[in-house]
Design a protein around this ligand. Structure first.
Ligand code: ADP
Ligand code: MG
Length: 285
């Protein structure tokens, strides 16, 4: 019993009518479902217990639920609705984000105007600031894990997937090599890091929002890691000559190789570029 629930708790099927698959991840699937009581559509992430091979994997699932409970309630975090557990699965029922991954909106747009990028990015920094204030590092920030409630003009941005999230104490260092190649911070590759690693990932996301290309890339994972450890930023290629110095400065403050000097979420929220440009959220194309 992973979630430590007493017997007789409602089963997933008691609360929801489960429908088609809408997402897939390392440990299971995400499906559309409908709440029996309210008729509301929701998303259910079902984590296969068979894939939880060690104690660490089990702890990670427990942490994912605990973190969603702690940081949920913020305007830009996917709301946890209920959890369930049966013989084969842990189920996490959550608010449905029908607009899909921000990743797909970026691919569709190529890149965003500065105003659009700043509107999206300010929300990202706000929610990461909220997590860090509560002592949570996400460790897997990327456009696949930011979802849109809908694709219309009133769509909102929501952070999800706390599967690699951990609680941190001031001064605590982590050594697990986790995350995704394009977004991973150099100090994570060196296996000695803390919450500042999230700010690096945000820098990578901002670079992509503005230009449509990742700042550090290669044909293999090792080549990408080599580029990350070099930390060389290309602001010469298109479209960078047309992008404001303020936006570039914001990227530079985040993609600082020195984690101690790197801007915190609180500092970036006060950055001129975000304050001036980051007002409206408009993902609609
Ligand atoms: P994993 O840890 O396996 O990456 P995620 O929690 O990121 O799992 O979910 C995988 C994918 O499922 C997401 O990238 C997204 O496309 C989809 N998904 C997850 N949660 C929701 C949701 N609440 N609403 C809509 N789609 C979702
Ligand atoms: Mg994910």
């Amino acid at each position: 019993n992973i979630l430590g629930k007493p017997p007789g708790e409602p089963r997933l099927e008691d609360g929801y009518v489960v429908d088609k698959q809408i997402g897939k991840g390392a440990f299971g699937v995400v499906r559309l479902a409908r709440c029996r009581a309210t008729g509301e559509p929701v998303a259910v992430k079902s984590i296969s217990k068979a894939k939880l091979v060690c104690k660490e994997d089990v702890k990670d699932v427990q942490a994912e639920v605990a973190i969603m409970n702690l940081v949920g309630g913020h305007a830009h975090v996917v709301t946890l609705l209920s959890t369930h557990e049966d013989k084969d699965y842990v189920h996490i029922a959550m608010e449905l984000c029908a607009g899909g991954e921000l990743f797909d909106s970026i691919v569709e747009a190529g890149n965003f105007s500065e105003k659009k990028a700043a509107g999206v990015f300010r929300r990202m920094v706000e929610v990461v600031n909220h997590c860090h204030e509560l002592g949570v590092v996400h460790r897997d920030l990327k456009p696949e894990n930011f979802l849109l409630t809908n694709k219309g003009p009133d769509g909102e941005l929501k952070l999800t997937d706390f599967g690699l999230g951990v609680f941190f104490k001031p001064g605590e260092r982590f050594r697990d090599l986790v995350g995704s190649p394009y977004y991973v911070a150099p100090e994570v590759l060196r296996k000695n890091y803390s919450h500042q690693a999230d700010m690096w990932s945000l820098g990578v996301i901002l670079y992509i929002l503005l230009s449509g290309l990742p700042p550090f890339w290669g044909d293999t994972e090792d080549q990408i890691f080599k580029m990350v450890l070099k930390g060389q930023l290309d602001f010469k290629s298109e479209p960078w000559p047309r992008i404001s110095d303020a936006a570039k400065d914001c990227v530079r403050r985040l993609l600082d190789m020195d984690a101690g000097r790197r801007a915190s979420a609180e500092q970036i929220l006060k950055h001129d570029w975000l304050v001036k440009e980051g007002v409206a959220l408009d993902i609609s194309l």
